[in-house]
Each structure stands twice: as structure tokens, then as C-alpha cells.
Write a protein that binds this ligand. Structure first.
Ligand code: DOR
Ligand code: ZN
Length: 334
């Protein structure tokens, strides 16, 4: 049977939530990944150095060997002078959410320039700026496109600041990131590589494929696939795995978010293999992100085998991407 062994992957964008669900998510995540960048949009959000320390401890107390790279949420009134203490508390990045664009962003920032003093202080502390790049109030298919001039402007104002455009979903965004210097990179999710708008709504709404930014057109999807296959080091894996309980996704007000952690590596292996680029998978999952974050690559490996399996209908009450479908690669358990 064909096996594939790669440097243990990192997920530079994941949501691990809180409470009992968090414990299940951490255990599941540790089966595939070595390190994860943990998003701060919990309730209440992770904002202060004490929040960062407390959340990290809760995650570590689950008792896996997953490493947690912590973020803080850039709130409208965040004090720029708190960056030193945030860094000392273990934060490696700050996450910027424009107000109202996604799950738990009602407390996000309305005017991005009001955060420029924070960006300046982050640049001085060498903290990474992770951007949810969508403009509120714009039609959902156009929101990311509308944000791109702001990305350029932040980079021009803070040329030493490392910036990541998270969950890049359009060809235009890929081109913008490519056109900016080495300090600007992007994460790409598994679902944006596989889905288009018609998997979300085609007369009928498919809540489990609904995320923010929404999956775009086939030409956007193809541009993302070409980009990851090309081996450009500015683009690396951040799954934006964003679990919500089945009943909340299927209710009247479904929250955006696709849960991909358990299927991420099998689906990526399949995609890279189908395109004859299996040898580029490891750079995307395990090398380029570590380099951008200035971390050593993980010292251990993980393996996949070519063995068909059926994705469960749910993991702890959360419906995953490709639920009940058959995948061709599976993760070999340690
Ligand atoms: O689809 C998404 N879900 N996008 C985000 O930006 C947030 C996330 C969540 O927290 O559920
Ligand atoms: Zn996210």
C-alpha cells in the first residue's frame, strides 16, 4: 500500500473554541498537526495578556502534545502599549476582524485606520498581523476584493510588519499578495481549494459549506489550486477549521464556519496527487508557514496511507466537510 510521510504539518489558522468541545477539538487536531495558530474569537474574546495565558493553559491542560501559537483579538480600543505584555504572554500574532463580517465579530473594528497605532506597535514588537480581509456592508462575493486596497495600504504604511491575508478566497487576492513584498503572505484553507459558491447555495442553502469569506467562483478556486501547486512560499496552510454544533448550523441563523481538521490532510493529499504534485504537499503543510512564522520545522513526521475510508456523519456533534463521503487517503494514527 502506498504511504506518504511528511514533516508534521502545522495549521496556521484554527478555531478551538471553549469548554468540552474544545477538549475534543484539541485531541482531534493533535492527530494531524504539530502546531496550531489558535484564533481568539471566543466568548469573551482573547484580548489581554492574562486572557492569552489562561486560554493557552486550558488548551495545554487537555494533555496532548499539540503546540499552541496564541493570538489576541485587535479590539477597537486596544491600547498599543499592551503589545509588549501580549508578546511576553506568548502571543505571536494579533487577529484583525472588521466589525460584523463573521462569527463573533460584532465587537470588531469599524474603521481600520483606527487600528494603525496598534499595527505600528505590532511592527515594533515583531508581532504578526493576521487579517480577516473583508469589508463589512459589501455584497458577500465582493467583500474580499473590496478589502485588497486596504491590505496594500497597511503594507505601505508598515513595511516591516509581517502580514497574513487569512483564508484567501479569490484570484484577485492571490495576485495582490504575490505583488507585495516578502512581508506579506496568505493562508489558504482546504474548503476554499475544493468548494465554490454553488456548493453553498444553488437554489438550496448548504449550511455546512457556508463560511466567511464565502467560497467563490470556479476560476477563483482554480487560481487558489494553481497557487498552492506552484510551490510559492508566500502561500501556506491555515485551515480556518471552524466547528459549530450541527443544530446551530442547521438552525435559522447558521453561523459561518466549516469543520475540516480531520479531513484536511487526506483531502490535500488527494488534491496534490490528482494534479501530479504530491511532492509539493509537504512545503504547503509543513515548511512555508513555519518559515514565515520564523519557527523551526517540526522535528517529527506524520504519515498518510492510500486507503479508502468514509468520513463520519459528525465528530462530537459537528458535521465535517465531506461528511459521509469516501476519501482515498487516510491519516495513519501514531
Ligand atoms: O467561516 C468562518 N468561521 N470564518 C471566520 O472568519 C470565523 C469562523 C468561526 O469562528 O466560526
Ligand atoms: Zn477563522
Amino acid at each position: 500500500m502506498q504511504e506518504l510521510t511528511i514533516i508534521r504539518p502545522d495549521d496556521f489558522h484554527t478555531h478551538l473554541r471553549q469548554g468540552d468541545l474544545m477538549k475534543d477539538l484539541v485531541r482531534e487536531t493533535s492527530k494531524s498537526f504539530g502546531r496550531v495558530l489558535v484564533m481568539p474569537n471566543t466568548i469573551p474574546p482573547v484580548v489581554t495578556p492574562d486572557d492569552v495565558r489562561a486560554y493557552k493553559k486550558e488548551l495545554q491542560d487537555v494533555g496532548t502534545d499539540l503546540d499552541f501559537l496564541m493570538t489576541f483579538k485587535i479590539m477597537p480600543n486596544l491600547d498599543p502599549s499592551s503589545m509588549t505584555a501580549l508578546k511576553e504572554a506568548g502571543a505571536v500574532a494579533g487577529k484583525f476582524y472588521p466589525v460584523g463580517v463573521t462569527t463573533h465579530s460584532e465587537d470588531g473594528v469599524a474603521n481600520i485606520e483606527s487600528s494603525y497605532e496598534v499595527f505600528e506597535a505590532m511592527q515594533e514588537q515583531d508581532l504578526i498581523l493576521c487579517l480577516h480581509g473583508e469589508v463589512p456592508g459589501v455584497e458577500d462575493l465582493e467583500r474580499e476584493h473590496a478589502f485588497l486596497p486596504q491590505l496594500k495600504k497597511i503594507h505601505e504604511n508598515f513595511p516591516r510588519l509581517r502580514i497574513i491575508l487569512e483564508h484567501t478566497s479569490t484570484k484577485a487576492a492571490v495576485e495582490m499578495v504575490q505583488s507585495l513584498g516578502d512581508k506579506v503572505a496568505a493562508t489558504i484553507t482546504v474548503h476554499h481549494l475544493l468548494l465554490t459558491t454553488s456548493d453553498v447555495r444553488n437554489g438550496e442553502f448548504h449550511p455546512h459549506n457556508f463560511c466567511a469569506p464565502i467560497c467563490k467562483s470556479e476560476s477563483d478556486r482554480k487560481a487558489l489550486v494553481e497557487t498552492v501547486l506552484s510551490g510559492n512560499p508566500k502561500f501556506f496552510l491555515g485551515t480556518d477549521s471552524a466547528p459549530h454544533l450541527k443544530e446551530n448550523k442547521e438552525g435559522d441563523h447558521p453561523k459561518p464556519g466549516v469543520y475540516t481538521t480531520p479531513v484536511a490532510l487526506p483531502l490535500l493529499a488527494q488534491l496534490f496527487e490528482e494534479n501530479g504534485k504530491l511532492d509539493h504537499l509537504e512545503n504547503f503543510t509543513s515548511v512555508f508557514g513555519a518559515n514565515f512564522y520564523e519557527l523551526e520545522k517540526n522535528s517529527d513526521t506524520m504519515s498518510l496511507k492510500k486507503e479508502e475510508w468514509s468520513v463520519p456523519s459528525d465528530y462530537f456533534g459537528v458535521v465535517p466537510l465531506k461528511a459521509l463521503e469516501k476519501l482515498t487517503w487516510s491519516v495513519i494514527k501514531n
